[in-house]
Design a protein around this ligand. Structure first.
Ligand SMILES: *Cc1c(COP(=O)(O)O)cnc(C)c1O
Length: 361
């Protein structure tokens, strides 16, 4: 079925995109939207299996006012990156993990997700169609944003009669570059919680994000880089930031909160845990109280957009604690280990990178 996409004619697309492309400053990429040329769209009915989609010009899509995504927030997103290597290959980082996470989310929100194979094929097609937008080696990456939404119309609460799987992409630098690379966190100790047991905090549901913006903006206005949320049940244990996971380090032990449905199971979290074990650290997944974090030597956070970022300070009520950062910090070491694999500077012995064929012309 042809996706209903409104876009300019292909001639317009070409001149418009050429101009935008010429204006990109590859040295100064930030984590912001630079529209690329094409996107992937597949639509399919509830109860049917996922159907083949198409690459179409990037642009607005037409959706019913009665869609489940607009009215009831039935939607998931994913985020992953493609990297250009010095030897002109383009590779994805662990796309199978994103596919799996989308399937788990779809199960929670009663949608049909693409199989891992279909997901990865669609991601590859999207990158290939936009390959000139993959930044040069070392300048950044192509951030890929798959969406799975309830696009079909209905009024009574239900799962949508039709779903749309859509993928767009944009070249990005690093997410927290603006805040000089170090994070200053504010512990959210009173007002709003991000998630709770039995909720959707463990899946990348669209509904998890707008509710944290208020707290995030308040913290930003006070000069902080992000908010650290505590568990809703006790208010004692740390959980995660708005869009990244958190780790603490003391001696040779690296600790991160457990995956019990309230925090997002980050792929960077999982990868960094493995890398830390490889270099002799013990990695524990268990509850971490705020007090324990305040006693840690080092704190860092992880995410596809953030990569691995050192936390310089954490502020809890009227207490502000400073942590180890810089060349000697474990987070710096893990950042280098991870990005060396992603950018193809060292051999990928883990089998994490997935090559996109047809990029070397
Ligand atoms: C996406 C996300 C993360 C990081 O997950 P990655 O797979 O590492 O990108 C962490 N926390 C939240 C709330 C997220 O949405």
């Amino acid at each position: 079925m042809a996706p209903s996409v409104h876009s300019s004619s292909s001639t317009l697309l070409t001149s418009d995109t050429d101009e935008r492309y010429a204006n990109v400053n590859w040295e100064e990429l930030e984590f912001s939207l630079t529209p690329t040329d094409y996107m992937f769209v597949a639509k399919y009915k509830q109860g049917e299996t996922f159907s083949e989609g198409n690459i179409v010009p990037y642009g607005d899509i037409s959706i019913s006012p009665c869609s489940a995504i607009f009215n009831y927030g039935q939607g998931l997103f994913e985020g992953l990156k493609a990297y250009r290597t010095e030897d002109k290959r383009i590779r994805l980082f662990r796309p199978d993990e994103n596919a799996l996470r989308m399937q788990n989310g779809a199960e929670r929100l009663c949608m049909t997700a693409p199989s891992a194979e279909q997901f990865i094929k669609a991601v590859k097609q999207t990158v290939l169609a936009n390959k000139k937008w993959v930044p040069p080696p070392g300048k950044g990456s192509l951030y890929i944003r798959p969406l799975l939404i309830g696009s079909g119309a209905m009024l009574g609460l239900a799962s949508a009669p039709e779903y749309t799987f859509l993928i767009y992409a944009t070249p990005v630098g690093e997410y927290h570059k603006v805040s000089s690379g170090l994070m200053n966190l504010k512990v959210n100790h009173h007002n709003y919680h991000r998630s709770h047991y039995g909720g959707t905090g463990g899946v990348k549901s669209c509904t998890n994000y707008s509710p944290v913006v208020k707290t995030f903006l308040e913290a930003k206005s006070l000069g902080f880089s992000d908010v650290l949320f505590l568990d809703a049940a006790t208010g004692r244990n740390i959980e995660e930031l708005t869009t990244s996971n958190i780790f603490i380090v003391k001696g040779d032990i690296v600790t991160t909160p457990p995956i019990l449905g309230t925090i997002l199971p980050g792929i960077t979290r999982k990868s960094v845990s493995e890398l830390a074990r490889d270099i002799g650290y013990k990695v524990e997944e268990r509850d971490i109280s705020v007090d324990e974090m305040l006693e840690a030597e080092e704190v860092f956070c992880t995410g596809t957009a953030t990569v691995v970022k050192a936390v310089e300070t954490v502020t809890y009520k009227d207490k502000k604690v400073k942590y180890k950062t810089g060349e000697e910090a474990l987070s710096t070491k893990l950042y280098t280990m991870l990005t060396d694999i992603q950018m193809g500077i060292v051999e990928d012995k883990k089998g994490w990178m997935v090559e996109i064929d047809g990029c070397d012309d």
